[in-house]
Ligand binder design. Structure first.
Ligand SMILES: [Zn+2]
Length: 377
């Protein structure tokens, strides 16, 4: 017996399918004859994809700089899983874990290698902030919650330490079973070439389309040789839009050369959610129509690619046995205007509007869905 059936959902390939859920997992797909206690008929009007995963957010409610509530950036906007990228370190990760257990959105963390997390902007300017024993203990205490580590490697964060915190992050990664490592890039020093040369298979560069001098393109607009070599070693590119880290110019030029992101993430927190230029993951995703990506490519970046990069084995695909996490959304064709982190605008013709999020078979109508009254059943 099924707990939930969603009927006539439009998949990204255009096909219409029923999806059945039992015990929080996908139990059947295709044309389903049986019935369930709860059923929704989308009548082919709306898309359904695997639940959207935002690979880079900030939602430690007590963070003095980058705080938000998980459900405001999660289920309220169609995102079923958020991954906090380094708001907390070994000192406050337990508090973050406790505070997010009541959220409807699934919350995971990349542990900041600095023990205090991001309390100030320069958490890696003091090397004694990196406590290897503290990190190991935290990873062992919270294995299902800490899914990787985060190192912010830009001038304002590392001060005079240059590349040293990243070298130590690579050691820490090895000491902890080769967890995914996400590296933030921004202003130099250290130079992006120095950073890229240290990264190995599976490591993630976030803020990959930033418009600062430490961008992935040379002044002539070509991909830096160091980043090219890193991509050949299976280093991954994550968008991490944020307040200051996304440039239409860089994204457009890179994507035209075939340098697509592996993951599209928001780097959202309350201020760039309310005031822009981030607003929501859907808003960030919609910008990628304007720089040359297709709907299937964009959706892959928040589902299968995100699950692969962060090793979330039960997520990211519509397949029997996977988590019953879905995002139900509309693709609206209308003129719209977007703004990047440099204050540059771009016009678009398409916008993704998430209407509902389903987490382990539990249905949440988004803010947009409430406005449109489409699920007032
Ligand atoms: Zn961030």
């Amino acid at each position: 017996m099924f707990d939930l059936i969603i009927r006539r959902a439009r998949f990204i390939d255009g096909s219409l399918n029923d999806v059945a859920v039992a015990n929080g997992k996908i139990a059947a797909l295709g044309e389903i004859k049986e019935q369930a206690a709860h059923e929704y008929d989308l009548a082919g009007r709306f898309y359904l994809s695997a639940g959207w995963i935002d690979s880079h957010v900030h939602c430690y409610p007590k963070s003095p700089i980058y705080h938000d509530e998980a459900d405001c950036i999660g289920v309220a906007t169609g995102v079923t899983t958020v991954v906090d990228a380094g708001s907390t370190g070994a000192d406050d990760i337990d508090d973050f874990y406790q505070l997010t257990r009541s959220a409807s959105t699934r919350v995971y963390a990349l542990l900041n290698i600095a023990r205090t997390g991001i309390v100030t902007q320069n958490e890696l300017a003091d090397m004694t902030q990196i406590d290897r024993v503290g990190i190991r203990d935290a990873v062992q205490r919270l294995p299902g919650f800490i899914i990787g580590i985060k190192a912010r490697i830009s001038s304002s964060v590392v001060g005079a330490n240059g590349i040293r915190p990243l070298a130590l992050a690579k050691t820490i990664q090895q000491e902890n079973g080769g967890l995914p490592l996400m590296v933030h890039i921004g202003n130099n020093p250290p130079d992006l070439d120095e950073i890229a040369d240290l990264l190995t298979s599976g490591d993630i560069i976030t803020h990959c389309y930033n418009g600062k001098p430490n961008r992935i393109l040379t002044p002539a607009g070509e991909l830096r040789a160091s980043v090219h070599r890193a991509l050949q070693r299976d280093v991954r590119l994550d968008v991490g839009h944020g307040t200051a880290s996304f440039s239409f110019e860089v994204a457009r030029a890179a994507i035209a050369q075939g340098i697509l992101p592996h993951t599209i993430s928001s780097d959202i927190y309350c201020r760039n959610r309310l005031n822009g230029p981030v607003r929501s993951l859907a808003h960030v995703m919609s910008k990628f129509f304007s720089v040359g990506m297709t709907l299937p490519q964009i959706i892959d970046c928040v589902t299968v690619n995100a699950a692969q990069g962060l090793r979330l084995a039960q997520k990211g695909r519509l397949a029997v046995g996977f988590d019953a996490d879905f995002t139900i959304f509309d693709l609206q064709h209308q003129s719209c205007s977007f703004i990047d982190s440099e204050g540059v605008t771009a016009s678009g013709e398409k916008q993704l509007l998430p209407l509902a999020a389903v987490v382990a078979g539990r249905w949440f109508v988004t803010e947009e869905g409430k406005k449109q009254h489409v699920f007032d059943l």
